[in-house]
Ligand binder design. Structure first.
Ligand SMILES: *Cc1c(COP(=O)(O)O)cnc(C)c1O
Length: 367
C-alpha cells in the first residue's frame, strides 16, 4: 500500500467544472489583481474567523512581515518567537527590519514555552509571535496577559492552524493580528502561494492595505514604506471554493489523529499533548521517538510518506548565523528537531490507510 500526504483532487469535490468555468472567465476577462473575487474571499475568511478585516497577501511570510511593519515595528526593535518554528516566522521578522529573539519550546505541547517570555523581553521588545505549530493553538489567555504586562503586541503565526479553536474562538483572532498562509501544503490550500493578515483593528487593516500595495494610499500617492504583495484573484477564487468545507476537513483530521493515538498508545512514543478546551486541526501529526530516523526509513520503505518537519531548529540555521545563537541554547527545540516524525494526515485518509500506517509503526517497535 502507498499512503500519501496530499490528495488535491479530493479537495475540489465533484463540482470542480463549475470552478474551472469561473477561472476561465477570469482568465479571459483579465480579472487578476484586487478584483471582487479577492474581496469576496477576504470577507468570507473574516466571517469564518469572526474578525472584521482580512487582507490577502502573496505569502504567509509576507503576511507576518506586513503585520509587523503595519504596527510600526522595524529597525532597532526586537520580536520574540520560538526556536522551533518554520524558517518563515523568523525570516519575516527580519524582512520587517526587526531583530528576532528566541525562547525554547515546551516539551509536552511542542509550542512556545511561554514561561521564558519574561526573561526574553527587553526595553526594545515590541511584539511576541506565538506559532500555533502543527495546528495546535497556543494557550493564548496567559500569553496575552504576559504581553499586556510588558505593553507589547501579540501577532499570531496561524499559518498551520486555520480554524483551530480555544474555547470556541479561532486561532489567529486573539492577538492584534493573525497571519495565515495558504501555501498548497497547508490545511486551506491555494493553487500556489498565498497568505493573509486578519485583524479587528480598522487602522491596522488600512495600514496593511497600503503596505501590500507599495505604500499607496490612492493612485500615485505613496505615503508609507511598503512592498508589493497582494493575494492573486485566481488564488482567492480557489480559496473561496474550498473554505466552506474547511471545518469538516478539520474534524476528519482530528479523527485520523485520534485513531493514530489509540492504535499507538502502548508504544514507547509520545505525541503533542491535547487539551479538552481546544480544537487542534492537525496540520501535521507528530510522533516523538529517539529512534526517529530509523522509523522513518522503515515507513518510507513500506510506502508510507512519513517526513521530518523541521530537522534544524531556527538557532542552528545558517541563514541566521549573524544572530549569534549557539548550539545548546534551546535544548528542547534541538531535541524535538531530532525526535519528531510526521505520519500522513489528510481529511480523506481511510481507516484502512491509518491502520496500515499504524501497523507499520507497530512492527518497527516489534509490537
Ligand atoms: C508555511 C508557514 C509560514 C509561511 O507561509 P508561506 O505562505 O509559505 O510564506 C509561516 N509560518 C509557519 C509556521 C508556516 O508553517
Amino acid at each position: 500500500m502507498k499512503v500519501k500526504r496530499y490528495n488535491y483532487r479530493q479537495q475540489f469535490g465533484p463540482q470542480v467544472d463549475l470552478l474551472l468555468a469561473e477561472l476561465k472567465d477570469m482568465l479571459l476577462d483579465g480579472r487578476y489583481i484586487l478584483t471582487p473575487e479577492v474581496d469576496d474571499f477576504e470577507k468570507a475568511y473574516g466571517r469564518f474567523l469572526g474578525l472584521r478585516y482580512v487582507r490577502g497577501t502573496n505569502t504567509g511570510t509576507d503576511a507576518i512581515a506586513i503585520a509587523l511593519m503595519a504596527l510600526g515595528i522595524g529597525r532597532g526593535d526586537e520580536v520574540v518567537t520560538q526556536a522551533n518554528t518554520f524558517n518563515a516566522t523568523v525570516t519575516a521578522i527580519r524582512m520587517a527590519g526587526a531583530s528576532p529573539v528566541l525562547v525554547d519550546a515546551d516539551p509536552r505541547t511542542f509550542l512556545m514555552d511561554s514561561s521564558q517570555i519574561d526573561s526574553a523581553v527587553t526595553s526594545r521588545t515590541r511584539a511576541i509571535i506565538p506559532v500555533h505549530l502543527f495546528g495546535k493553538p497556543t494557550p493564548m489567555v496567559p500569553l496575552l496577559a504576559t504581553a499586556k504586562r510588558h505593553g507589547i503586541h501579540v501577532v499570531e503565526d496561524a499559518a498551520q492552524a486555520h480554524g483551530a479553536r480555544i474555547d470556541g474562538r479561532r486561532a489567529g483572532t486573539f492577538g492584534i493580528a493573525g497571519c495565515f498562509s495558504f501555501h498548497p501544503s497547508k490545511n486551506l490550500a491555494a493553487a500556489g502561494d498565498a497568505g493573509a493578515v486578519a485583524t479587528d483593528d480598522l487602522q491596522l487593516a488600512q495600514k496593511v492595505d497600503m503596505i501590500r500595495s507599495l505604500g499607496q494610499q490612492s493612485q500615485n500617492e505613496h505615503v508609507v514604506a511598503g512592498m508589493n504583495s497582494r493575494l492573486d484573484a485566481f488564488q482567492a477564487r480557489v480559496l473561496s471554493w474550498k473554505l466552506p468545507r474547511l471545518d469538516e476537513w478539520s474534524s476528519q483530521r482530528r479523527a485520523v489523529a485520534s485513531w493514530y493515538r489509540q492504535r499507538l498508545a502502548d508504544l514507547p512514543v509520545s505525541f503533542q499533548e491535547e487539551h479538552p478546551t481546544e480544537e487542534h486541526v492537525y496540520h501535521l501529526f507528530q510522533l516523538r521517538t529517539p529512534r526517529r530516523d530509523a522509523l522513518q526509513r522503515h515507513l518510507v520503505q513500506a510506502g508510507v510518506d512519513a517526513v521530518v518537519r523541521y530537522p534544524m531548529p531556527i538557532h542552528l540555521q545558517k541563514s541566521f548565523a549573524d544572530c549569534g545563537w549557539k548550539a545548546g541554547e534551546f535544548p528542547v527545540a534541538e531535541q524535538l528537531a531530532q525526535e519528531l516524525l510526521c505520519l500522513p494526515v489528510r481529511p480523506d485518509l481511510s481507516a484502512a490507510e491509518v491502520d496500515y500506517v499504524a501497523n507499520c509503526v507497530r512492527s518497527f517497535f516489534g509490537a
